[in-house]
Design a protein around this ligand. Structure first.
Ligand SMILES: Cc1cc2nc3c(=O)[nH]c(=O)nc-3n(C[C@H](O)[C@H](O)[C@H](O)COP(=O)(O)O)c2cc1C
Length: 330
């Protein structure tokens, strides 16, 4: 393990053990397939996220030159620093993909997915299947570190199932292999996204790796209070927000400013319009409209009459139709 903390670009090292430097918490938009596309990442970055992460990208598909996969790697100039997340199970394939991408995409760091619970991924030995094989997890990180000139990081779970909670062992293996940052989602693969995240495992990982790697705590952060609590309880260097950012990119502003922030209906309307325009510019009207249906569902959850609005939003077929509903309905 490297004795000295080599924090990824721009990371507040948290070497003081607080994770909160000058009152500023390091925040990551946690990768979410189908959610953290370039538009949403840019919005979260503007709202104060310290780092954003792409949706997970198949290392194998990169080496096959799959066009759709390269689309997922599109980054905007306005969103740096951004981490690109790869999933794969073969060290040489991950290394090759990392090399190909680093010559084509200006990402700032590379994250290896060791947490995806979906059967089609796990049955291929990828994602959270790597939690079952710490030595392989280490070899994958080592191969990526050797292939590119950018920081390599890993995102792990607490373990594969309740009988195998081995995040510390996996963290030490990837740290030894050169991972500079480790995000720990305090749930096992068996739990998927259910139940309460176990923050105790995050504390144990931070204690074990010490200054050898930056540790980002993940699971159930829904605002400034939870962010402070996680840092206080675990000593992690920063936090990653997943589901609570959907429809609420202001969560990064809240955590950055250190006080609860509730956007007004007018602000929500403006944000949805902006998000809609960015998504259509990125993906075209047909796909953009369809992708925005779920985002608008998240933005409007809990607003008066939002269920009725969502039914109409889900039927909208054009930008004009959707924009009218947003203008009049919120
Ligand atoms: C819809 C969805 C997609 C996700 N996709 C990814 C992914 O591509 N890569 C990854 O490492 N984690 C993925 N995750 C896990 C999240 O990054 C995060 O670890 C998890 O949701 C726990 O954080 P939270 O409690 O703040 O949501 C996904 C989660 C959700 C809900």
């Amino acid at each position: 393990m490297s004795a000295e903390l080599r924090g990824p670009a721009g990371i507040a090292s948290g070497a003081d053990g607080s994770g909160e430097k000058s009152g500023h918490i390091y925040t990551v938009l946690s990768p979410m397939a189908g959610v953290t596309d370039v538009s949403f990442r840019e919005i979260c970055h503007e709202m104060g996220a310290s780092l954003t992460v792409t949706e997970m990208i198949s290392a194998k598909a990169v080496t096959y030159g799959n066009k759709n996969t390269f689309k997922l790697c599109t980054l905007s100039d306005a969103e740096h620093p951004v981490s690109l997340q790869l999933f794969g199970s073969e060290p040489d394939v991950v290394a090759q993909a990392a090399q190909i991408l680093s010559s084509r995409v200006p990402f700032d760091m590379l994250d290896i997915n060791m947490g995806c619970p979906m059967p089609k991924i796990v049955n291929n030995g990828e994602g959270s299947a790597l939690m079952k094989d710490p030595a392989l997890a280490g070899r994958i990180v080592k191969a990526a570190v050797g292939a590119i000139d950018k920081p390599v990081t890993a995102k792990i779970r607490s373990g594969f199932d309740a009988d195998h909670v081995n995040a510390v062992e996996v963290a030490l293996a990837v740290c030894e292999a050169g991972a500079e940052m480790i995000t720990v989602h305090g749930r096992t693969r068996e739990q998927y996204y259910e139940g309460k995240a176990d923050w105790g495992v995050i504390a144990r990982v931070k204690e074990a790796v010490g200054d050898g790697a930056v540790v980002i705590g993940n699971g159930d952060i829904d605002g400034i209070d939870a962010a402070r609590k996680m840092i206080g309880e675990t000593g992690c260097d920063g936090i990653a927000v997943g589901r609570a950012a959907r429809g609420n990119p202001w969560i990064f502003r809240e955590i950055k400013e250190g006080r609860v922030y509730r956007p007004s209906p007018e602000e929500k309307k403006e944000m949805i319009m902006k998000h809609l325009k960015m998504t259509i510019a990125e993906k075209g009207e047909y796909i953009g409209i369809r992708e925005m249906r779920k985002h608008i569902g998240w933005y409007t959850a809990g607003l008066p009459d939002s269920a009725k609005l969502r039914v109409r939003i889900n039927q909208a077929e054009s930008f004009d139709e959707m924009a009218d509903l947003i203008r009049l309905g919120i």
